[in-house]
Design a protein around this ligand. Structure first.
Ligand code: SF4
Length: 353
């Protein structure tokens, strides 16, 4: 991909279709561009505009912002979210006033020393306000570039960052840095969107590897989610001669705390012994029902239900506050965890077959 060709396609598109009338594009001083860039992090242009205008009315200069109290600054941020952005903006304004005598730094290296300003924001500030040569790589631009070269790793990887920054440097034109960076942002926000990008209208589709391979949906490559640990358990549907099933109430804390559940064993071989010793029940016969899987936030539980007909070893297994024989025709004794409810229903279907 030739640098000149790429950037000239981007710039030509920007001249015709880019956004030229955003409030921060009028009189684009470093201060005004900076405030807009911070507000635009994690927030869409359409939401930012009203906040930006109000903020600029109250804090038209860096000095006004630096001398304001934090509550007033936060008040102007209410509803925008991510309040650390506002606190950092305020802190950075004070630093510029005190350490740089109110003069906005003009190099990326100086800017990234300030709270809340990363390399891409620094690049945007000096390119958009001063037309200086500095690449940007915000979330939208990362997505465009990742598709452009069909990057085979998530953009969050360290090596991916290096590849993308090198590409951002490489593709910069020799002039019109402000228009080019704004164009990239616009391209990412309006055409090369996260889902259903408008490739048919894209000025760089001929350079785009993902498009050429008909694989746009696959980029940027997603980060693999860490797999959750898996556990297995046998849940017992112990049935008496009256067709009732044995329920236990779980302890008040922990998983399914205070809900009614079924007896559990870890090892199928211990079934008869556990029933004899813990519940004074003799197993007459058993049947495995369909297993189910339940996904918790931190692990996956595989449940193998076992239906077992039982006989009491003593006169009747005593019921307590935390263990009962449950007759399905009666109302439930309390809450059931979702998978337990499903198991009881499945059991019911199996029993009536
Ligand atoms: Fe994005 Fe499609 Fe353009 Fe490639 S062709 S840069 S995927 S909009």
């Amino acid at each position: 991909m030739k640098r000149n060709e790429f950037s000239s396609h981007v710039l030509k598109w920007f001249d015709q279709h880019g956004r030229h009338d955003l409030p921060w594009q009028q009189n684009p001083t470093p201060y005004r561009v900076w405030v807009s860039e911070i507000m635009l992090q994690q927030t869409q242009v359409s939401t930012v505009i009203a906040y930006y205008l109000r903020f600029m009315q109250t804090f038209p200069t860096l000095k006004k912002l630096a001398l304001a109290n934090e509550d007033a600054v936060l008040d102007h941020w209410t509803g925008l979210g991510y309040y650390a952005r506002a606190r950092n903006l305020h802190k950075a304004a004070k630093i510029i006033l005190e350490k740089h005598r109110g003069e906005f730094p003009e190099t990326v290296d100086e800017l990234i020393e300030l709270p809340g300003i990363g390399r891409s924001t620094a690049g945007a500030i000096i390119s958009l306000s001063k037309n200086l040569r500095a690449p940007i790589l915000d979330g939208n631009v990362k997505r465009v570039f990742a598709r452009l070269i069909a990057l085979d790793q998530p953009t969050t990887e360290k090596t991916a960052q290096t590849i993308l920054w090198n590409l951002a440097e490489e593709l910069m034109p020799k002039e019109r840095f402000n228009a080019y960076n704004q164009a990239l942002m616009d391209l990412g926000a309006t055409l090369c969107t996260r889902s259903k990008p408008a490739c048919a209208a894209c000025p760089v589709q001929q350079f785009c590897a993902a498009y050429q391979h008909n694989a746009v949906e696959g980029y940027p490559v997603k980060k693999a989610k860490p797999t959750k640990p898996e556990k297995s358990v046998f849940m017992l549907l112990l049935e008496n001669a009256q067709g009732e099933i044995f329920l236990q109430k779980r302890p008040p804390t922990g998983i399914w705390g205070g809900l009614w559940s079924l007896p559990e064993i870890d090892d199928e071989k211990s079934l008869a012994q556990t029933c004899r010793q813990k519940y004074a029940l003799k197993i007459i016969n058993t049947k495995k029902l369909n297993p189910i899987k339940h996904v918790f936030s931190h692990f996956v539980l595989h449940i193998q239900p076992i239906r077992a007909q039982t006989k009491p070893l003593s006169a009747r297994v005593s019921e307590t506050d935390s263990q009962i024989w449950y007759n399905k025709r009666q109302s439930p004794p309390g809450g059931f965890a979702a998978p337990v409810l499903k198991l009881i229903k499945d059991y019911d279907n199996d029993a009536t077959r």
